[in-house]
Design a protein around this ligand. Structure first.
Ligand SMILES: NC(=O)c1ccc[n+]([C@@H]2O[C@H](COP(=O)([O-])OP(=O)(O)OC[C@H]3O[C@@H](n4cnc5c(N)ncnc54)[C@H](O)[C@@H]3O)[C@@H](O)[C@H]2O)c1
Length: 368
């Protein structure tokens, strides 16, 4: 009797496993550096994913990724086009330097694969336009690596702002101040300081902060102006073409005004450092990034926590990607969100470089 029951259980477990593995989305990761390794660890945690291939042009990173995913025995490639040509690969993660994202994501979508593409999805308006076209004409899932869209606390706080808890949103003031430049000899030191590859600090990093501003404002900018420069790290590292300081103003299609600054020389002990997004409404203001706390306008009112700090799942955004692929759930950072975030940064960058007001419509991309 016991024996029977045991073999029944074993049989059930085996068939469940077989069913599970046949339902696993065969996945490849292109670019297994800093971010790609992190994404790979997230994919490995998903019960409905199997790492079928990893790709990097640097042999040491490729080896490290293959070892990390050894339980799935992935194929290894140095040429990313082999991934695109592999009929058995259903989903592709793109975590290469930013200037390569659009062409890789477009090729993957056109080959019928689902795509998780790291931010920024492009560093020029033309790249974003081409990727928007490819994603819209594909029936596959596209998710941009704007993972804040999967944070529960932000979803809750922004949901309440949408419901009108601070009245009409009038103005946003945001910043991204760092205490130091990105390590010059770090993992991404060979592309980050080249504006043609990273897009610059605003496009490469602040795309997260700008996406949060777009999200809470509920629109995209209509125009931007600003100034940027390399104030401290002049030609450091040698050949540097990215700014280390930016001051920007954005005017949104719904009339909201936004001011954004960034630098990499905010001393650690100097107050008001780090990152914040202050949202000012007609009934009060919210400090969105740190505590999601509302400060009512009325003189005697006490601050109200809009959303408590929550235990955020490390890989919620990756889980959401596979939910979109396997269950038809909507992507929390679809092509419209990814493109709007990248274009907001590109708009600000162009305003700084051209030293004039740049209009959204002149970017020539219809985000819908
Ligand atoms: N969402 C986030 O919070 C977050 C955090 C960090 C980085 N990122 C993004 O991830 C991307 C990668 O950043 P990173 O810090 O991992 O950089 P990285 O330099 O550590 O990794 C990039 C990898 O891509 C590989 N690569 C370059 N060209 C390639 C090609 N043609 N084919 C295959 N592989 C190629 C490089 O060898 C390198 O290993 C960037 O777009 C960055 O903005 C996102």
């Amino acid at each position: 009797m016991n024996l029977h029951r045991r073999s029944f259980l074993l049989g059930t477990a085996a068939s469940t496993l077989a069913a599970q593995s046949s339902n696993q989305i065969s996945t490849a990761v292109i670019g297994t550096g800093n971010r790609g390794s992190y994404l790979l660890s997230g994919v490995l945690e998903q019960p409905n994913a199997k790492v079928a291939a990893v790709c990097d042009i640097k042999p040491d990173r490729l080896d490290k990724a293959a070892s990390a995913a050894a339980k799935h025995n992935p194929k290894t490639y140095t040429d990313w086009r082999r991934i695109i040509d592999s009929k058995d690969i259903e989903a592709v993660f793109v975590a290469t330097p930013p200037h390569l994202h659009a062409q890789m994501a477009i090729a993957a979508l056109q080959a019928g694969k689902h795509v998780y593409c790291e931010k920024p999805i492009g560093v020029t308006a033309a790249q974003v336009r081409d990727l928007v076209k490819a994603a819209r004409s594909s029936k596959r899932v596209f998710t941009a690596g704007q993972q804040m869209r999967s944070y529960k606390q932000l979803n809750e706080a922004i949901g309440k702002i949408r419901e009108g808890v601070i009245g009409d949103v009038l103005m946003v003031k945001a910043q991204r101040h760092a205490t130091a430049d990105l390590a010059h000899d770090g993992s991404s030191g060979d592309w980050y300081f080249d504006v043609t590859k990273s897009g610059g600090y605003l496009i490469e990093q602040s795309v997260h902060n700008l996406d949060l501003c777009n999200w809470v404002i509920g629109a995209h900018p209509s125009r931007a102006s600003g100034f940027g420069a390399t104030q401290l790290y002049k030609n450091d590292p040698p050949g540097r073409t990215i700014f280390d300081c930016s001051l920007l103003n954005y005017d949104y299609t719904n009339g909201v005004k936004m001011s954004f600054t960034q630098n990499v020389f905010h001393p650690r002990t100097m107050p008001s450092g780090g990152q914040y997004v202050y949202v000012y409404g007609s009934k009060g203001a919210v400090d969105l990034m740190t505590a999601a706390t509302m400060h009512p306008m009325s003189r005697d009112a006490k601050p109200i926590v809009l959303a408590e700090k929550q235990q955020e799942s490390r890989h919620a955004h990756i889980t959401a990607f596979y939910d979109a692929v396997t269950k038809g759930a909507s992507s929390p950072a679809d092509i419209t969100i990814g493109a709007t975030a990248a274009l907001t940064a590109i708009l600000g960058h162009e305003a700084m470089v051209k030293q004039t007001v740049v209009n959204w419509k002149d970017l020539g991309v219809d985000v819908g």
